[in-house]
Structures are given as C-alpha cells and as structure tokens.
Write a protein that binds this ligand. Structure first.
Ligand code: GLA
Ligand code: ZN
Length: 674
C-alpha cells in the first residue's frame, strides 16, 4: 500500500525553516518571500522553531496574530506549513524568574541565560510553561488547512546535573533494580574500590568531579538522560494533541548523535526526520566518501520506521557556518545530495533555512535567499533545479526500499563500548566500523538497512552484527533463532562481552550462549599499535590485512575460513563459519583493513547469493519500490564522468532513453523506473 506522508501535498515536500518573526518590521520582505518561494518551487515551510519570545514577550501575554496572517498568506499561495513547538530556546523573562529551568553542568554549576538547547528536562515549571504554549499553538494552528504536522522542539540533546535531575535519576535507578540495592551492587560490581551503596539515596549522577569509574552507573545515566528527554518530548506531544488528537508529530534528529537513544525516541513519533550537514568532501576525504557517510545516516533513519518514508528536515542549500572550514557546496553537489536523500527513502527535501538572518550567530549560514535578497543567484537556481527534479520523479512518492541485507546498530552498545576501559582510546571506532561496512557494501551495489537490535531479523537474508559488545536480554536467543531458521549472521571481534548492565559474561566470549552459535570462544583480544599489521589468509591464498584488533580463538566446532598470517598466533583461526540449523554463523575475529574489506565482502555475498552490481567508482545505487515498480537511483557522487553498463530505460531526470550504457556527468543522477 502506498504510504504518502502528506496526501494533501501534490509532490515531494520541498522547503525548509522559515523565520518570519525576525522580519516583522519588514512587510515588504515577507511579501517578497512568498513570491520567491513560489518561484523556487517551495511548497512547505517549517515555522516557529525559535519563536517563543515573539509569541509570549511577557509571561502570560500571548500574540499569535502575526503568524496567523503569515500562514493564511502562505496557504493562499499553495504553501503548507509544519509547526514547531518553540521549546528549543527560552525567553529571558523565563530564566530570570525561574532560574531552575536553566541546565546545570556536570560539575554542578548552573548555566547562565543564553544560547539554546540548555534547559533542564525535569524542571516542572519549564515543562508547565512549554505545555501552556504548545496547547495554544495547536488550538490556533492545528486545524488550519495548511497545517501538515508538529515538529516537537528542535534537535533534542544534552544533559542536566541539577538536584531535581539527580533525584529523578535515583528514582530511575531504584526502579531499574526493583528497589533492591543488593541487585544494584551486584550488577554494577561496586565492591570494586569499595564503591558499594547502602541505599539508593547515595546514588549520584556521574559528575565530572565524582563517580565515573562504575561502568554500569555511567550507562544508567545515559539511559536516564535519554529516557528523561523522551519523557519531556512525550509531555509536549500530549500537550499539542489535546486540541488536535490526530496531528502527526516528528522531531528532528541529528546524524549519529550519541546523546540520545533514537531508537527509543522513534517509538513516540509518527515520522522520522533528521538534519543533515555533512562536510561534502574535506582535506582527507573525497565528496563520494562523505556522501557514503550520509547514505549510512539516511539508512539508519529510514530503518527506524520501515513502513513509511522519512523526512530530510534540514540541509543547507549552500554552506554552513559552524564547521571548521565552511566551504561552499560546488555546483551540482546540492542537487545530487537532495536526490540521495530521496533515493534512500525520504519524501521531503528541506533546508535550513529560507532566508539568512541579518545578525547574530547564523548570519553567515547558507540559505535559499541571501542578504543580497534576489532570486537570480546560483544558489536559488540550484534550489529551483531540485524542485524540477522532484517533480519529474514524483511517481516515487510513498515508495520504500526493500533491502535483503541489514547492519545492526545500537545505542546501548555504542555507549558501553565507548565507555569501557580497555583496547585503545583511539581505535575502538564502533560507529566508523558500521559506517565503513555500509559504504563498502554500497560500493558493491548492495544497499543495507541499518536496524535496531530489537528489529525482526527474519526478513533479511544476511545480517551483520559488528562489535556487538553488549547483549540486551534475549538478544542471544534471537540471533540463534534467526540463524537456525536459515539466516546468515556475521559477528566480529568484541561480540558478547557484557550483559545489559556491563557485567562480563563468565565461561567465554561471546557470552550468553553465543559461543555455541558461532562454534568458537574468544580467549584473548590483542590491541595493535597503529603501525602493526597482521593478516587473515583464506584457502584461495588471498590475504586480508589485519589492524587494530585481533582475537585469539579456541575453535570448538566451527570451520576455519581464514587464519592469521603472523605474530605468536600465526595459523590460528581468524575467520570461521558454523552451520547452525538451516543457516550459517560467521565470526570475523579481527579487524580487517578498510582498503581490502570488499575482497572479503565479495566472497561472503557470493556465498549468501546476494546479487552485486559492478558500479564505477563514485556511483551509489539505491532502490525504492512501489508494489512491483522499482525506482532505481544511480547517483554519480564523483567529480568524474562515469559510464554505467547494462542499463535500459528512460532516465526520468533528463528524459533520455538509454540502451546499453548510461553516461552520467559529475554529480549527475539517473533515475529509472522499472
Ligand atoms: C541545526 C538547527 C538549526 C540551525 C542549523 C544550522 O540543524 O536545527 O536551527 O541552527 O543547525 O546548521
Ligand atoms: Zn535538571
């Protein structure tokens, strides 16, 4: 069934953040905005992200007329709106009167008023003030014909160490251990360094100048911060839904942001949306490499709700102002990056922002309309081109990817890995390991979903579980069930070391029964210096270079596919497989070099009968399906002309018919409907 996010909008949503409250004394500019939006092909704007001080200039004094006028005019001109709740930044009167709304740092010091995203998520008065305004906004605007959805707050993140948060944290921990302090002491191994708790009242957040040596505590704090933010967000959702129970809600995620468990957050949202600000190539990486990172992020986002498209809520049409070096997107980069989002499953292309703010922090951030103020700029023309592209492929609206391969990605796991004391401070790289795996699969024409560990694995032919260090309850059994029913699973070094509280498994890693699934026990793990190299030699003589980490295995009943080439564990197993039920469980005991990862992936994909494609360097391939109709996206993300063989059909982007070879200019895309 076609799942269009916004049936009332004809085509992809194309637009972005619009801050008319900064221009209320310039009605000429506000009029001009609408004219130029239409010319740019903008059909939706996001309003009110930071408008609190204008809505409520003094406590309890509300003004919404200015916005009513604007949304009416937009709608008359065919432009819809997404309405944000303005809780991302607070007016000065609020902090002056209620300082407890301001966040407290990890040294226990209260912030001063200013910037944004710096509130205490626990503070009752802050929650109350937000809820009052949220209710009013949904009453006023939630029934407007131009209204599409609520955008809850903005880029949630950060933590607060105030007394109220500390108290709430104690309650959270107490509940986690059902009030049994002995269970806490056991799970967190607090006899170590005499850190036992006699009562839950003694539990404190991990202050920078306090207790940071208990891994279970650190992880609990991260879980709490995430849960408390989600709780705050839910309170906002409830408030806006009082007047508009049917309204859709989203909040804008940020790439691989580590501060919140987005998988948990996603459960409360109707649609996933996110803000993408990659570097578009830099000193050490090509544009194609950084585009690969973004493709991973798109996949992570879309895989949180696989039954509907996601939204690219923000991106820049030209440049940002907060990178170390704020280089312009070269001509063509904007167009191809928008098409990449769509190729990966987005039904929207949105920007930060429509018009540059004249002063303050973001005055030099890219926007569709520059301080120059005209519609004849390079950036404006490229935005218009995007809108034309979207029109040409609008048949793909509501279509969804259908991937056979998945990569597991988990916040608890990344928190636990990044916090563990051991290995190296510099090379653990859980996130990069997952991203590089995704990119190398993509280079073979295989798009993968990046899924939560709790997801149903049965729909995939091949599942990668890179560095699955922490096992959630039931995880090991689910992996076993998946393989025994015919799934192919690939795990790596650092699998199954700890349980959900970070206590090590006894009796051999991978723990919780997984050594039986893989037929190996990892007895030791070697951390290599940056210059050290080893290798894994396969039966055909090929060698995959090893760096960073190598586990020494006790072989139980697995078959050895590759052995180490050097060091004191030379000739011992490095890559194994075990037939388990109807499936296969692979164990890759060492980190193979990125440069040669595709050598091994090709062998694996061939063994698992996953079709690959020969693509020229710098070409990404993604598919979206609408029933049996497949929209095939070929993206040339390189600055070279490329030729892609074996193509037949019409390129919807330029209307050309292709028999045999498709030529794509630098940054050009071909979209075929098959
Ligand atoms: C974030 C915010 C926006 C804006 C952009 C600038 O994504 O949500 O308000 O500050 O960054 O890149
Ligand atoms: Zn607080």
């Amino acid at each position: 069934m076609v799942k269009k996010l916004f049936p009332q909008v004809d085509g992809f949503v194309h637009g972005g953040d619009y801050n008319p409250e900064q221009w209320l004394d310039r009605p000429d500019i506000l009029e001009e905005d609408v004219r130029m939006m239409k010319k740019a092909g903008v059909n939706c704007v996001t309003l009110g992200v930071f408008s609190w001080a204008v809505y409520e200039p003094e406590e309890g004094q509300f003004t919404f007329d200015w916005l009513e006028e604007i949304v009416d005019r937009l709608y008359e001109n065919g432009i819809y709106f997404i309405l944000a709740t303005p809780s991302g930044a607070r007016p000065a009167w609020l902090d002056e009167k209620y300082p407890e709304a301001m966040r407290v740092s990890d040294r226990g010091v209260r912030n001063h008023h200013g910037v944004r995203h710096n509130h205490c998520m626990t503070s009752p008065i802050y929650r109350e003030k937000v809820a009052i305004l949220d209710r009013k906004l949904s009453e006023k605007f939630g029934h407007h014909p131009g209204f599409l959805m609520f955008h809850i707050s903005n880029e949630f993140g950060g933590e607060c160490y105030c007394d109220a948060c500390a108290e709430k944290f104690r309650g959270f921990v107490k509940e986690m251990f059902h009030g049994d302090v002995r269970a806490l002491n056991h799970a967190w191994w607090t006899t170590f360094w005499s850190h036992c708790y006699q009562s839950f009242d003694q539990v404190e957040p991990p202050y920078a100048n306090g207790e940071r040596s208990v891994m279970g505590l650190n992880l609990a704090w991260r879980r709490f911060t995430s849960a408390n933010t989600i709780d705050f967000m839910k309170a906002e959702i409830n408030a806006v839904r009082e007047a508009t129970p049917e309204a859709m809600v989203t909040t804008n995620f940020m790439w691989l942001f580590g501060g919140l468990d987005y998988h948990e957050m996603a459960k409360e949202l109707d649609v996933i949306s996110w803000d993408s600000y990659p570097r578009f190539g830099n000193d050490s990486e090509s544009f194609a490499e950084t585009m690969g990172d973004t493709a991973f992020e798109h996949s992570l986002m879309r895989s949180m709700k696989k039954d509907r498209p996601f939204m690219l809520m923000e991106s820049t049409p030209s440049l940002v102002n907060w990178h170390d070096y704020n280089k312009l997107k070269r001509p063509g980069m904007h167009r191809i990056s928008c098409l990449q989002a769509v190729a990966c499953g987005s039904d929207t292309v949105q920007y930060f922002q429509w018009r540059k703010g004249r002063g303050a922090f973001e005055q030099y951030h890219g926007a569709v309309i520059d301080h120059l103020g005209t519609d004849d700029t390079r950036v404006f023309r490229e935005v218009r081109e995007v809108s034309d592209d979207l029109e040409k492929i609008k048949g793909a609206l509501g279509s969804l990817p259908k991937n056979r391969v998945a990569i597991l990605f988990d916040w608890d796991n990344r928190w636990a890995i990044n916090d563990m004391m051991g290995l190296s401070k510099h090379t653990k790289n859980y996130e990069t390991t997952c991203v590089n795996l995704y990119k190398d699969l993509l280079s073979l024409g295989v798009d993968a979903d990046v899924i939560p560990v709790t997801e149903d694995l049965g729909v995939y032919d091949l599942v990668f579980a890179p560095m699955l260090y922490l096992l959630k309850p039931g995880m090991a059994d689910r992996l076993k069930a998946y393989v025994s029913q015919g799934g192919r699973l690939v795990a790596t070094y650092l699998t199954g070391y700890v349980d959900e509280q970070t206590l090590c498994y006894l009796g051999g890693f991978p723990g919780d029964g997984l050594s039986e699934l893989f037929g190996v026990i990892s007895e030791e793990i070697d951390t290599l210096y940056p210059k050290d190299r080893n290798g894994m030699r396969f039966a055909d003589g090929s060698v995959w270079e090893v760096q960073d980490y190598a586990e020494i295995l006790r072989l139980q009943d697995a078959k050895v596919l590759a052995s180490y080439t050097g060091d004191f564990y030379k000739d011992q197993p490095a890559l194994t497989v075990k037939d388990y039920g109807k499936g296969k469980a692979y164990y890759v005991a060492a980190r193979g070099s990125r440069a040669q990862q595709t050598i091994y992936l090709k062998k694996l994909l061939a063994a698992c009968q996953i079709p690959m494609q020969e693509l020229p360097d710098g070409v990404e391939y993604h598919e979206r399906y609408l029933g049996d109709t497949c929209y095939a996206f070929y993206l040339n993300v390189s600055d070279q002309e490329v030729f892609i063989p074996h193509i037949e059909g019409e390129n919807l982007i330029n209307g050309s018919s292709i028999y045999g070879t498709m030529r794509l200019a630098p940054f050009e895309a071909g979209v075929l409907c098959k």
